[in-house]
Ligand binder design. Structure first.
Ligand code: HSE
Length: 420
């Protein structure tokens, strides 16, 4: 019999305990051994958890229990779970974690500490979607050319409502929080940080890139307006908050930002709280993974899949490789990104303005692909919206700084990247 301890018996922890109990027959058949939860640890002993397991409030009751084989870490946070997971591994216990923030900051140290002891984390990225297993195992023969995904359900729900129903940002954020998907601090969702943690985990498996959230481009959905939404509709784009890892000649681009993507693409059709990840491999071509990115039972499904793999002796190296992987793959600077761009600015409605703007763009060798001018409530000012052909991030940023200095340009210039 395999004994399990759960650190953190919240929504996901309770689902793990209940599914292990309710689906014990198929799980034993699949794993070859019976698996039981021996103990759960919670911060607040006064709260009803809806589980039939012994609870206490001291993590050491699990970490130091010689009978416990597998520690499931579902506490959240970074440094406290890091210390506990480290201790559990040092005590020879296998660990399953759903903690994306922990891995975004400490995955390489944990890989080192774990060595041959299983440390699994399927639930950390895109909840119930088995994307970690797909990258580590199913796509092992591939050089990964790109990963592109909707990795945050809260923002996808918000964008879907803003685009389909014209809903206003603040109202819809409240609604998304009520769904129970949002992080305790929703700026983690809307600011793109949650998605960045997941992207970094996937990029480690695909490319062996050791980067932290601070090292990559992260932009949230806070500045998207109904003007952008209307432009996207007119030009057959959807707006999605994407996590993007892309291998280019000089290295790997890692970025999280709102992105205009063609409405005809598969990922553009992923609406509401659902997550989806597309992975392109050199052998397999494009593969696509879709499902619930959060929620108690969906996330527990991934946690238990890891437990089953550990019990079967089926775990492999934590990040999916035993020695350096594509060691020439360096993280590119933000300034090196090359893509298409959308710009929105308010400009004077008078002759010569477009010439001044195109002069600046010409200086930076930026070519306009499409353009739209919309009248403003204030009749002397119009909204000018355009997209560019491919250009380098450094040039678009420099051009935006110069455009802002023009007398005919008013207020901030909004920019969104486009992936075709
Ligand atoms: N806050 C996350 C989301 C939960 O909205 O997708 C899953 O990590």
């Amino acid at each position: 019999m395999v004994k399990i301890g759960i650190l953190g018996v919240g929504t996901v922890g309770a689902s793990v305990a209940n599914i292990l109990e309710n689906n014990a027959d198929i799980l034993e058949a699949r794993a070859g051994k019976k698996m039981v939860v021996k103990h759960g640890v919670v911060k607040n002993m006064g709260k009803e958890r809806g589980v039939n397991i012994t609870l206490s409030d001291n993590p050491m009751d699990i970490i130091n229990d010689p009978e416990i084989d597998i520690v499931v870490e579902l506490m959240g946070g970074v440094e406290e779970p890091y210390a506990l997971v480290k201790k559990a591994l040092e005590n020879g216990k296998a660990v399953v974690t759903a903690n994306k923030a922990l891995l975004a900051y400490h995955r390489y140290e944990l890989q080192e500490i774990a060595g041959d002891i299983p440390l699994m984390y399927e639930a950390s990225t895109a909840g119930g979607i088995p994307i970690i297993g797909a990258l580590r195992n199913g796509l092992a023969s591939n050089h990964v050319e790109s990963i592109q995904g909707i990795m945050n359900g809260t923002t996808n729900y918000m964008l879907t409502k803003m685009i389909n129903e014209g809903a206003l940002y603040d109202e819809i954020l409240k609604e998304a929080q009520e769904l129970g998907y949002a992080e305790a601090d929703p700026t983690f969702d809307v600011g793109g940080f949650d998605a960045s943690h997941k992207l970094l985990i996937l990029a480690s498996i695909a490319y062996g890139i050791d980067a932290k959230p601070e090292d990559i481009l992260i932009e949230g959905i806070e500045n998207i307006t109904q003007t952008d939404v209307a432009f996207a509709k007119d030009f057959d784009y959807e707006i999605k908050l994407l996590g993007i890892a892309k291998k280019v000649e000089r290295g790997v681009e890692l970025r999280v930002h709102p992105t205009m993507i063609p409405s005809s693409s598969m990922i553009a059709k992923v609406d509401g709280v659902m997550n989806a990840v597309s992975v392109v491999g050199d052998c397999v071509g494009e593969t696509m993974y879709y499902g619930a990115g959060a929620g108690g039972d969906a996330t527990a499904s991934a946690v238990i899949a890891d437990i089953v793999d550990i019990v079967r002796g089926n775990h492999g190296p934590m990040l999916g490789y035993k020695k350096g992987l594509e060691s020439d793959m360096e993280l590119l600077f933000e300034s090196e990104i090359v893509t298409h761009y959308y710009l929105r600015m308010s400009v004077d409605d008078k002759s010569g303005v477009l010439a001044k703007i195109t002069n600046v763009l010409e200086k930076f060798d930026i070519s306009i692909e499409s353009m739209l001018q919309k009248p403003h409530k204030n009749e002397d000012v119009v909204k000018l919206l355009f997209t560019t052909h491919e250009c380098q991030e450094e040039k678009i940023q420099a051009a935006m700084l110069e455009l802002k200095k023009l007398d005919c340009v008013h207020g901030e210039i909004a920019m969104m990247r486009i992936e075709k």
